[in-house]
Design a protein around this ligand. Structure first.
Ligand code: 1GP
Length: 247
């Protein structure tokens, strides 16, 4: 089995787009999770991201086990902090928050997590995380204590992404934050994807299949949706079709 990073790089080279559902471990017990998982298998969701800016229920392991019992879709940790680590996942986005100037999120937490990750079977996926202005304060903005990149500043976003790639990061994640009022606009996706060779992940505030389709058209390689699917699990079908070009 090729690892996940290689699969993403290969998919980009082949022009194939990937669809990710974000699962917040705190919300697993809210009831509609089994429906989301069954639908995800049916419509061909490529990966799950598991995490959140702040997890309050200590339900990460339980969440990962519940997903594993029900399906084989690979689970990638999307940690809001170094407390959100588990061997039960398949891989981890080893995120450096390169849009911000908070040293803990650029390198500090990584130092703390490194010995744990070195021993773990997790695939480590070095990822540049770029927080984009989503129109209103989101949890990630408050918790990270960083300022997002203004979405009319394409040049700042492009140079940030280029620097991340030059530093050797293997994936770039432009995120307006979970539940963002305004998702990342297409013009900035186009500018950033045009400057990168590595796969570009885009998420935050995507609520319609039309927006998901517009993002892949603009150059996003991976689309992440969380909130909208939590609220309406049925949406996963149209979202997956839109990203995979079958909409
Ligand atoms: C957040 O990109 C993800 O980090 C998903 O955001 O929950 O708004 O879809 P939503």
């Amino acid at each position: 089995m090729p690892n996940i990073l290689t699969s993403l790089e290969q998919a980009k080279a082949d022009g194939q787009k990937k669809f990710v559902v974000l699962i917040d471990p705190d919300k697993v017990r809210l009831g509609n999770m089994d429906r989301v998982l069954d639908l995800a298998v049916e419509v061909g969701v490529d990966y799950f991201f598991i995490g959140g800016s702040l997890i309050v229920n200590n339900a990460l392991d339980q969440c990962l086990l519940a997903i594993k019992e029900r399906c084989h879709i690979p689970m990638i940790l999307f940690p809001g902090s170094s407390l959100q680590l588990s061997w039960k996942a398949d891989a981890i986005l080893f995120l450096s928050l390169i849009s911000g100037r908070n040293p803990d999120l650029l390198i500090g937490n990584h130092v703390i997590a490194a010995p744990y990750l070195k021993l773990s079977p997790l695939e480590i996926m070095p990822t540049g995380y770029m927080l984009m202005d989503g129109g209103a304060p989101t949890s990630v903005l408050y918790m990270s204590n960083t300022r997002p990149i203004p979405t009319h500043k394409d040049d700042i976003a492009v140079c940030t992404a280029m620097a991340g790639e030059m530093l050797g990061l293997r994936l770039m994640y432009m995120d307006a934050g979970s539940g963002a009022q305004v998702p990342v606009p297409e013009h900035i996706i186009e500018s950033v994807s045009g400057a990168l060779k590595i796969p570009l992940i885009v998420g935050g505030g995507i609520r319609t299949p039309e927006k998901a389709a517009a993002n892949v058209q603009a150059g996003a390689d991976v689309i992440v949706v969380g909130n909208a699917i939590e609220k309406d699990p049925g949406l996963v079908r149209e979202m997956a079709a839109a990203v995979h070009g079958k909409g």
